[in-house]
Design a protein around this ligand. Structure first.
Ligand code: ARG
Length: 479
C-alpha cells in the first residue's frame, strides 16, 4: 500500500463561495457575481470544448506525475482515472453537459470530475494553472492534426503522381504570362504541384517539431513550488522536449502561427492548382473535364456545369491566410506572460485546420477524376508558336549566335502568323528564306514531341525525366 502523501492527507475543508449564485474556481476572491453579459463574452467553452479529449489526456499525465512524485495519493489517482473514464464516455456519447457557467473546457471537465469523484478531483489542479494547461492542450491537439494533415497531403500527392504517370508523355502548351510559351508534358506540369506539396509537408514536419514541446510545469507563469517531474509528463504525452522558460511557455503562440503560415502556403498551392483546373475545364481551353459529382449546376442557366469545388478551394485560401493574420495580430505587442487575448487563438487555428483538412481530402478525391482531352491540349500547343525557341536553339546548334537566331525566328513567326500557319506547317523552302542554316532535320526540332524529348536534363519536361521524377516522388512519399 502506498502511504498517503503529506499534502494529500491535509484536510482543507469545504471551499466557500464568496458570491451568490454559481460558484467558480476563483469566485472566493469576489464580492458579486459576474454579469451574464461578461460570462458570455469571456466564456470559451462553446469552441474550446473541441480540446476536451486532449485536455483529459494532459490531465491524466499530470495526475500520474502528481502521484509519482507523492503529491497526491494512490487512491486519489485511482479516483481521478475512474472519473476521467466516465467523462470520456460522456463526451464521446455526446452526453456531457457543457455550461458557460464553468467558462472553458478545463473548468467544465474539472467541475464534472469533482462532482463524480469528490475531493481527488479538487487535488488535480495542484502544481498547474489553466495557463500551462491550455498551452499543453492546444499543442497536443495540433500535433495530432498535423499528423492527419500530413497523411491527407500524402494522399493528394499520390493522386498527382498517378495522374502524372498516366500523362508523362501527354503534350500541352506551357504558359508564361498565361500566353503559350513552350510545349511541356502534362505529367511534368502536375509534378510541379507534387513538388510544392512536398515542401509543404517538410514545412509542416518542421513546424510539428516546434509544436511538440511541453509547456506543463510553467503553471501560471513562474513555475511551481512543488517538486514536479516535467520529464515524466513529457514522456507520457510523447513530447520531444520541455519548454525551457515558464514565461515563454504560457504566453507565446508562435507554434500556432507557424502552423497557420505553413497551412496558408498549402492553400496557396492548392489555389494555384484549382485556378488552373477552372481554366482548363473552361470550354475555351477544353483541356480537362471534371466528373459531375464535383460540379454543380446553375439555378437559372440550364446549360451550366460549374467547377464549384476548385473555386471554393481557391476562395477558402483567403480564410486560412486570414487566420494567419488574425493570430499574428493577436500576438503582436502582448506583454509577457499569459494574457486573456490568447483565448482568441483557438477559433482561427481550428478554422485553418478544418479548412486545410477538408480541402486536401476533397482534392485527393478530385484529382483521380480529372479526364484529360489530350487532343485539345496538343492542338493548343500547336497554336501559339510554342516551338519558336526550339527553332532558335536549332539555329544556334548550326552555328548562329543566339541573339541572331532569335531575330531570324521572330521574323519567321511573323511570316507564319500572316499565313495563319504554325512553324511546322511552313515548307523547307519557306523556312530557308529566313536562314540558309535551316535544313530538312529542322522538322524534328519543330515537332512538339521533339521539343519536349530534347529537354531531357534533370528537372526537364522530357517524358523520361517526368517518369524519373515520379519514381523519386514515390520513394519520398514512403519516408
Ligand atoms: N480559456 C483560457 C484560454 O483559452 C484558459 C486559460 C485561462 N487562464 C486565465 N488566467 N484566465 O486561454
Amino acid at each position: 500500500m502506498a502511504t498517503k502523501p503529506q499534502l494529500a492527507r491535509k484536510k482543507t475543508g469545504a471551499v466557500r463561495s464568496g458570491r451568490r449564485g454559481e460558484e467558480t474556481s476563483w469566485s472566493g476572491r469576489f464580492s458579486e457575481p459576474v454579469s451574464e453579459r461578461v460570462k458570455r463574452y469571456t466564456a470559451s467553452v462553446p469552441f474550446d470544448r473541441r480540446l476536451a479529449l486532449h485536455d483529459i489526456r494532459g490531465s491524466l499525465a499530470h495526475a500520474r506525475m502528481l502521484r509519482a512524485t507523492g503529491l497526491i495519493g494512490a487512491s486519489d489517482l485511482r479516483a481521478i482515472e475512474r472519473g476521467f473514464a466516465v467523462i470520456t464516455e460522456e463526451i464521446r456519447g455526446g452526453k456531457f453537459k457543457w455550461t458557460i457557467e464553468a467558462e472553458d473546457v478545463h473548468m467544465n471537465i474539472e467541475r464534472r470530475l469533482t462532482a463524480l469523484v469528490g475531493e481527488p478531483g479538487k487535488r488535480l489542479h495542484t502544481a498547474r494553472s489553466r495557463n500551462d494547461q491550455v498551452a499543453t492542450d492546444v499543442r497536443l491537439w495540433l500535433r495530432d492534426q498535423i499528423d492527419d494533415i500530413l497523411e491527407l497531403a500524402r494522399a493528394l500527392q499520390r493522386s498527382l503522381l498517378d495522374a502524372a504517370e498516366r500523362n508523362a508523355a501527354t503534350l500541352m502548351p506551357g504558359f508564361t504570362h498565361l500566353q503559350v510559351a513552350q510545349p511541356v508534358t502534362f505529367g511534368h506540369h502536375l509534378m510541379a504541384y507534387f513538388e510544392m506539396f512536398e515542401r509543404d509537408r517538410a514545412r509542416l514536419g518542421e513546424c510539428r517539431a516546434r509544436v511538440n514541446v511541453l509547456p506543463l510545469g510553467a503553471a501560471a507563469l513562474a513555475g511551481t513550488s512543488f517538486p514536479i517531474d516535467r520529464d515524466r509528463v513529457a514522456r507520457e504525452l510523447g513530447f520531444d522536449a520541455l519548454c525551457a522558460n515558464s514565461l515563454d511557455a504560457v504566453s507565446d503562440r508562435d507554434f500556432a502561427i507557424e502552423f497557420c503560415a505553413a497551412a496558408s502556403l498549402v492553400m496557396v498551392h492548392v489555389s494555384r492548382l484549382c485556378e488552373e483546373l477552372v481554366l482548363w475545364m473552361n470550354p475555351r481551353f477544353g483541356f480537362i473535364a471534371l466528373p459531375d459529382r464535383f460540379c454543380t449546376g446553375s439555378s437559372i442557366m440550364p446549360q451550366k456545369k460549374n467547377p464549384d469545388v476548385p473555386e471554393l478551394a481557391r476562395g477558402k485560401t483567403g480564410r486560412v491566410i486570414g487566420d494567419l493574420v488574425a493570430l499574428l495580430t493577436l500576438m503582436k505587442s502582448q506583454p509577457l506572460a499569459y494574457n486573456k487575448d490568447n483565448q482568441e487563438d483557438k477559433e482561427p487555428l481550428f478554422d485553418a485546420v478544418d479548412t486545410v483538412r477538408e480541402t486536401l481530402a476533397i482534392l485527393a478525391e478530385l484529382v483521380p477524376g480529372i479526364r484529360v482531352d489530350a487532343e485539345a491540349m496538343k492542338r493548343a500547343a500547336r497554336e501559339g508558336y510554342a516551338t519558336a525557341t526550339d527553332l532558335a536553339d536549332y539555329l544556334v546548334k548550326k552555328g548562329l549566335a543566339f541573339r541572331d537566331a532569335h531575330e531570324v525566328v521572330a521574323r519567321t513567326v511573323r511570316h507564319a502568323e500572316g499565313l495563319g500557319r504554325d512553324l511546322a506547317q511552313l515548307t523547307l523552302t519557306e523556312l530557308r528564306r529566313f536562314s540558309d542554316a535551316i535544313e530538312a532535320d529542322v522538322f524534328k526540332a519543330l515537332s512538339l514531341e521533339g521539343s519536349v524529348a530534347a529537354r531531357k536534363h534533370a528537372g526537364g519536361t522530357a517524358p523520361a525525366q517526368v517518369r524519373a521524377a515520379i519514381r523519386r516522388g514515390r520513394r519520398a512519399l514512403k519516408s
